[in-house]
Design a binder for this molecule. Structure first.
Ligand code: BTN
Length: 328
């Protein structure tokens, strides 16, 4: 029996393929194709249309990830920094995978992507909805000679990299919400999860995980309980390539991590300010069951949020804190 994935690869172009042609391509009987189509559709949550007398097609074409396309679209500088690229059909989480590999000695510059995550993770213990064959689930391992203390503010610098990458594929009106939500017209388009481990005095490493929504069908979207948007809505379906998006994100992250190692957060603060959507607005900072209201004054030199609470200036480190508008 062929795996559901081979069926999906055969149908990825969105054209109708006869059962016979698929059977020949995969070296199985037509009855086996029918069973595998049903299995593929159930296992991967994809809609496969059976057209009487013609064959099968996906309800919409899929651009599956392809290492050679991603590599070809990377700048020579980024290519030089990629030690290894892994593309998985399914993983629990690209971050979890790279944190495990890092502990086993994987080199700096290991890039990991997946077509789907079964336990995709967001900030603050949230789930990151990660269906098959759409969206971007990408993680990059980077090693630093210094300890985790030297990485303060790295998540902010990485946020500007993702915003730059989206801008590079044509997204306008992109903005950041501290610490690292990437929003389009106040709806979430992408998010970052940074995980750090290592010795206090160095060396240490970080796994930068990036999720970009490219297409979420209503079922998947209903699992997200905050306003969201996907690239299909922003740019139009077919107006961008998932593989090029992966390359732009990897490229921007590599340039950012490399520069951050030499110069720290300083050079990125101006970009952050340009992307900052909430500066000057009334916001609420939340951690655990506590909350503080005030005017968002922007960031300090370490990337901490400054808030005018009316009775003084409070500063907040990213950590376990989240932010929302408080203007109604
Ligand atoms: C957030 O905004 O809450 C962060 C979302 C980060 C999601 C990405 S998808 C790739 C990587 N693997 C994960 O499990 N999470 C990150």
């Amino acid at each position: 029996m062929q795996t559901p994935l081979e069926i999906i690869r055969a149908l990825a172009d969105g054209q109708c393929h006869s059962g016979e042609a698929i059977a020949q391509r995969l070296g199985v009987s037509r009855a086996a194709v029918w069973k595998a189509v049903r299995k593929a559709s159930e296992a991967l949550g994809l809609e496969i249309v059976a057209e009487r007398g013609r064959g099968y097609r996906l309800s919409a074409p899929l651009e599956l990830l392809a290492a050679e396309r991603i590599l070809a679209a990377l700048s020579p500088e980024a290519q030089g920094h990629i030690a290894r690229m892994e593309i998985h059909d399914a993983l629990d989480s690209t971050n979890t995978r790279l944190m495990r590999e890092a502990a086993d000695g994987a080199p700096s510059g290991t890039l990991c992507l997946a077509e789907r995550q079964t336990a995709g993770r967001g900030r603050l213990g949230r789930t990151w909805v990660s269906p098959f064959g759409t969206n971007l689930y990408l993680s990059l391992l980077w090693r630093f000679p210094f300890g985790p203390g030297g990485m303060a503010g790295l998540s902010l610098a990485a946020g500007t990299a993702v915003a730059d990458a989206l801008h590079a594929i044509g997204v306008r009106d992109i903005g950041l919400k501290w610490p690292n939500d990437v929003l389009w017209q106040d709806r979430k388009l992408a998010g970052l999860l940074l995980e750090v481990a290592g010795e206090a005095q160095g060396p240490a490493h970080v796994v930068v995980g990036v999720g970009v929504n490219t297409h979420l069908d209503p079922g998947a979207g209903a699992q997200i309980h905050r306003p969201w948007v996907d690239l299909d809505q922003v740019l139009g379906r077919g107006a961008y390539s998932r593989n090029i998006l992966a390359a732009r994100v990897a490229d921007a992250l590599i340039r950012t991590l490399e520069r951050f190692a030499r110069e720290g957060l300083g050079p990125f603060l101006g970009d952050w300010e340009r992307y900052d959507l909430y500066r000057g607005r009334q916001v609420e900072v939340l951690w655990g069951h506590q909350q503080v209201r005030g005017t968002h004054l922007g960031l300090d030199a370490n990337g901490a949020l400054r808030l005018d609470t009316g009775s003084g200036i409070a500063t907040f480190q990213a950590g376990e804190v989240s932010l929302r508008l408080d203007e109604d």
